[in-house]
Design a protein around this ligand. Sequence first.
Ligand code: ADP
Ligand code: NI
Length: 213
Amino acid sequence: MRAIIENTMTFVKETFEKEYSGHDVWHTMRVYKLATNLAKEEKANLFTVQLAALLHDVDDYKLSKDTYPTKQKTRDFLKSQGLDEASIESIVHIIDQVSFKGSDSQVPDTLEGKCVQDADRLDAIGAIGIARAFTFGGHHNRVLYDPSIPPQLHMDEKTYRNHVSTTINHFYEKLFLLEKMMNTESAKKIASHRQHVMQEYMNEFLLEWEGEK
Ligand code: ADP
Ligand code: NI
């Protein structure tokens, strides 16, 4: 099983080689580490969690639109590693439920899925989350902040996917919402600290914007 994990790491490193939008292989490796810790604390199946964590963005909507619905790259890779059909299905199922879709976001129906989703969301908040948001904003030529554009709350999946706004609004439209969406007790504790870090940062940002402090 260790060999499959190592092969998967090599595969994702190749897959994300030219990715600079905040979705690089280091994101995958951080999610892998967080998910591993959560799986141990929550007593979830470690192998399933680790494989799903490593592969969760391979067929991502933004990075690989064509294979997003079928998760074909993930399926083909797991098949090449000799994994049986049932195990492949269970990993694809976890990945299907991971992503943030506004008010259409899913609560995973397996403990393993909950660990992977929590790990992915933990990496979107806190100090790293702040860095990733600005990296995304720069990569996609987004306006940093415009106080005349209010954040749009309660978006469904389609609205969220097509929505273009400022990077600061992204904090209110997604990042600040994630703490309350954590599934596992272990992740809730980490999220609470990371939420605090983001709030402190945002307070400072808005004060500096007004020329205060
Ligand atoms: P994930 O890997 O968690 O599924 P996404 O694909 O939604 O995340 O986005 C990748 C990273 O880019 C995350 O850190 C996310 O917060 C950030 N991001 C996504 N959309 C925006 C946006 N509109 N503005 C700023 N950052 C964004
Ligand atoms: Ni991710």
